[in-house]
Design a protein around this ligand. Sequence first.
Ligand SMILES: [Zn+2]
Length: 330
Amino acid sequence: MGFSHIRAQEAAHAVLENALTHDKLAQAYLFVGPSGVGKQSTALSLARARLCEVRPGEGCGSCEVEKRIDDGTHPDVRIFTPRDEGNRNLQVEFVREELLPLTKFAPFEARATFLIFPEADVSFPVQHAESANALLKTLEEPRPAVHFLLLSERPDRLLPTIRSRCQRVRFSPLPADVLEDILAAHDVPAESRAPAIALCGGRADRALELAEEDLAVRMLDVAVAVDRAVGERKGGTLLELCESLARDEHRDIALESLSLYYRDVAAAALEVPDEQLAFRHRAELIRERARTLAPAVAAERVAAIAELGEALERNANPQVALEGLFFGMS
Ligand SMILES: [Zn+2]
């Protein structure tokens, strides 16, 4: 069993397999990488491999212990997701009342306990120092056989003191061929796969979301509409696009799409082959635009979109920031 069913994370799995083989699992790991690339599956497989009695250190894939881990009913393998409300951070009372006692008395029946924290940076963000410090306290008083698995896309949002207590394991974005297989396995039609893969950033969860709603196709349409309005200097249309994008729940994907569109246009102008374009399924459209837009201008726009993304991260007003971008391009 092991980790062989999780694809394209050989480096991460080699670290963990080595620790399992030598019975030297760290007390705390920080799995770093985008969502939807196998961090949580790896965490569960690690627990299964460690707790399986049939094939210890590897997991047999079919015993009672592993079945209970998969069902979420094993008392020694617990998953703590962020709350569903507010800022979603876990509160200090939760850490003191639920987590600390658990770490004192575990393991309950197995040889080890695994406490898994998907989106650890959301549960314990640096700005809610009280609960983050309570978690840190449990990490600083290691109990044998209690393992913490912190999963995070944004480890910079965790306390540095928490990060430094954990052994870091890196997970990579998934390559296009693996994503293609995953989408095919979910019955996504062939023509919807390429645009979803172009925009998903190597994340299977996002690729599925993009493909299932045909969102990727719509996002390229938005990019083309923005580009046209900029080219024709249609102020009114640009303002409307700013307004709707500022409110769009898929705004980040739309901006990513716009950035990839201009990157493709610059690449096409430099005669890069179609198969290297993100929007290769619309290569004709991209090539046509490349005949009228200088690659240097397209590249400037890619840079401007990246700057906008950083401004939005710093909580800039989306509408104002988008207007700055769109009118700056025209
Ligand atoms: Zn087993």
